[in-house]
Design a protein around this ligand. Sequence first.
Ligand SMILES: Cc1cc2nc3c(=O)[nH]c(=O)nc-3n(C[C@H](O)[C@H](O)[C@H](O)COP(=O)(O)OP(=O)(O)OC[C@H]3O[C@@H](n4cnc5c(N)ncnc54)[C@H](O)[C@@H]3O)c2cc1C
Length: 493
Amino acid sequence: MSDFFDGAEKRVVVVGGGFSGVAFAIQLIRRAQARVHVSIVEPGQFLGHGLAYSAADPDHRLNGPINSMVIDPEYTDELLEWCQARRIIENDFEAHVPSGHVFLRRSVIGEYLSDQVFRHANDERFGSTIEHIRDVAIDVQKEPNGFLVKTSFCGDQIADMVILATGNPTPGLRKPFSPEHALHPRIIANPLVAGCLDKIPAGARVLVVGSGLTALDQLSTLLRRGHIGKLVAVSRRGLRPHAQSPEIRGIVSPRMPPTPILNKIDGPIPEFIAREPANVRRWCRALRREISSVVRAGGSWYEPFDAVRDVVWKLWPQLPLAEQQRFLRKLRVFWDIHRFRTPPMNDDMVRQAEELGRVQYLTARVIGVTTGAILNPVQVELEVRSGQTDRHEFDFVVNCTGFDSDDTTSRNPVLANLEQRKILRRHGTGMGYQVSDRCEAMDSTGRANPNLRIIGPPTAGTFGDPLGAIYITAQVKRLMPSAIEALGFPVIS
Ligand SMILES: Cc1cc2nc3c(=O)[nH]c(=O)nc-3n(C[C@H](O)[C@H](O)[C@H](O)COP(=O)(O)OP(=O)(O)OC[C@H]3O[C@@H](n4cnc5c(N)ncnc54)[C@H](O)[C@@H]3O)c2cc1C
């Protein structure tokens, strides 16, 4: 036990109240053996919703089964119990797949996370509290005894520790779209805004740009509404996310009892990778070899792939920057379609529509976009692989090309200010910030600050893939003992 704890309440300000901020707050309240006040600065109405779990559409589901959603590694069945108490699973007839796995609606996760905050808002053991400050943090200033978190309207928040949990950047248009196109009523630049498809009439010709999971969500929404107009999804390489493994879908039985993901995340690097030097080409070759051998033995590519996926946080930091950049340039798209898999019900819905000719997937590049008056359709020029170009007319265009990575920093005032004052250091890959293995923010000289931490997606440059909820939960668990220590609380081992 540490001997410098003075018994006073400590104040932690968490900037961002999405999944990461909430997972941190809950784990801290549960682990700290002393009184802590957590202020979560979040402009949204509900804590825990963030970008992913504010989804209002019932067809927008988790892309993994219920056991992939955990906020505290020590209570892995909490969500299931919470759902059972509310009969959520019984009442959601489409949530089940033949294997017995359940794919919840993302809106349920939003409600669950909000409820967890509510239940921990006044913790009885030590009198710890959580408060929602509905505002935007614009800066963090160092003070002799901690920090001042400056917000737009609610004044300055005093903090002993600041956690930056600002999450994913918002989706943005890519070239040849221009920033002005985001304002055009026929172009939906951010498909994660609830109700953004409401203005699309059933007969409209719709171009979905992108063919990943967000495109699948948007197509599901339109199909469920009985859309009868032309639906075209276009992507440069024509790649689409893979389905969940045959074991999860219930097409075959598992070959062996599944290991809980959290154990795999904490477990050793698989032998077939560990024996190779830190080199993307060598690791890919080793993974391919392992896949061939597992497939020969009656398994599928999912087993070895997932074994690597779960320890990416250990592998990625071993790679030199040039290797990381090479991976992002050349291999990431291929990695992503294996890594981010489809919820089976959405996959089925869209594939059936495709067979009926209601949805068309095209491999082509958008090379030109012309908008006119509001009543006029959008003219889109597409180039197929052979180089041939065609002009098409669409009534609406829905952008599903992913996040605008520049937005992570430059458009978020708190990050931009900290970066400008060299308190944060951008990661060399451009994906978020440089942090220590305990998520301590590093300044421009490389010095880590134990009282200023960054969690979740803005640590992608350092850890490769802190993106799925369970990987964020595991990240928070790893940093928690050092955060508790940095607050001067007793650390119970
Ligand atoms: C559409 C979508 C679907 C996903 N589906 C799944 C899934 O099925 N399964 C899974 O495991 N993972 C999924 N993920 C990934 C994962 O769960 C998220 O990346 C995770 O929720 C990240 O949480 P976060 O809190 O870090 O970020 P976010 O959800 O982006 O939340 C960040 C919050 O910070 C706030 N914020 C930002 N800047 C400031 C500021 N300056 N001041 C105050 N507040 C600020 C924002 O308002 C926002 O609410 C999905 C992600 C997305 C985007």
